[in-house]
Design a protein around this ligand. Structure first.
Ligand code: 13P
Ligand code: SF4
Length: 312
């Protein structure tokens, strides 16, 4: 089927189903272009919580669709490809976290979980953070309790440095962001001496140290728009380049080449396609459904995050 016909069919099904299409900035360009809203994990969670549409089609990875379902349980939440998982989520199984907390009971950890985690991990957390609000949320953690930050050691270490709060870090990382190296950044800087380096906090410290700015995918857009620089080396998943080029015209965005490819791709994010988006709207499947007791426990720290995030 021609792409225009596919797009037309998606629009028709979307209207029939009274659906909203939410997409993360790492999605394929054609999915971003057809979405009603494109954003980072925080903005997507806020949107999912407040939508009045009956169906949410979540073009992202599983934990994101799960988060939408936790926050807005009366909606039908669809994920075009249920195999769209996340290596960072996988680096912290809920049973391992529960066993760690049990073995360290006397420490009475205040558990801060990056939103890239399963519902089981969220249910064990005191509060959730995203890369867009981690600093602000960590600053509100009780001063008399030690912090355990899961699952991303890189976001955790960056936030610890920014806030001055000591934290025990879970040994987790994202396989896409951990492949960027210091040498790759240095080589690119040599080739583009006037470009600023903008990097995601999921990158390792040796890479973060070379960055002019470190922020979430959403903040990359405002940063690049407002900066006086004309070109930027972007150190994160390549999907964001489509948004940057669209929303910040007239500036140059250079992806950081990794070992084998000219840019870094999250294969899980790229599993969603226009065909699968059409199919899930047509079939109302694959659908995310959650056990209610677990959902209620995971909802608490998520709502706490949204409330803390909304404070002036
Ligand atoms: P953002 O919340 O910054 O979009 O990050 C999500 C993510 O999965 C990064 O790998
Ligand atoms: Fe997970 Fe990394 Fe993909 Fe983001 S880029 S969804 S952290 S695997």
């Amino acid at each position: 089927m021609a792409t225009e016909d596919l797009i037309e069919e998606i629009q028709r099904l979307k209207a029939e189903r009274h659906a909203v299409i939410l997409a993360h900035s790492y999605q394929r360009p054609e999915i971003q272009d057809i979405a009603d809203f494109v954003g980072d994990s925080l903005a997507l969670a806020q949107h999912a919580r407040s939508t009045e549409c009956e169906v949410i089609v979540f073009c992202g990875v599983h934990f994101m669709a799960e988060t939408a379902c936790i926050l807005n349980p009366t909606r039908t939440v669809l994920l075009p490809d249920l195999q769209a998982s996340c290596s960072l989520e996988a680096s912290c199984p809920a049973e391992e976290l529960a066993a760690f907390l049990e073995a360290n009971k006397e420490k009475n950890y205040y558990v801060i979980a990056y939103i890239n985690c399963s519902i089981g991990v969220k249910a064990l957390a005191d509060v959730i953070v995203t890369s867009g609000n981690a600093q602000r949320i960590v600053e509100t953690a009780p001063a008399d309790r030690p912090i355990l930050f899961v699952p991303d050691q890189n976001l955790g270490a960056w936030t610890a440095r920014k806030t001055g709060r000591e934290m025990t870090l879970w040994n987790g990382a994202c396989h896409v962001h951990r492949q960027f190296t210091r040498d790759q950044v240095l080589t690119m800087k040599e080739q583009h001496p006037d470009a600023e380096v903008v990097c995601h906090p999921e990158c390792e410290e040796v890479v973060r140290l070379l960055a002019d700015h470190i922020c979430s995918t959403e903040k990359m857009i405002s940063y690049c728009r407002e900066s006086t620089a004309k070109s930027f080396i972007i150190v994160t998943e390549s999907g964001i380049l489509h948004r940057l080029r669209k929303l910040v015209p007239g500036k140059e965005f250079i992806p950081l080449a990794t070992g084998q490819c000219s840019c870094a791709e999250c294969e899980f994010m790229k599993l969603n396609t226009l065909e699968k988006l059409r199919d899930c709207l047509r079939d109302l499947s694959p659908r995310v459904s959650l056990p209610e007791e677990l959902r209620l426990r995971a909802q608490k720290p998520l709502v706490r995050m949204l409330e803390l995030s909304a404070r002036p």
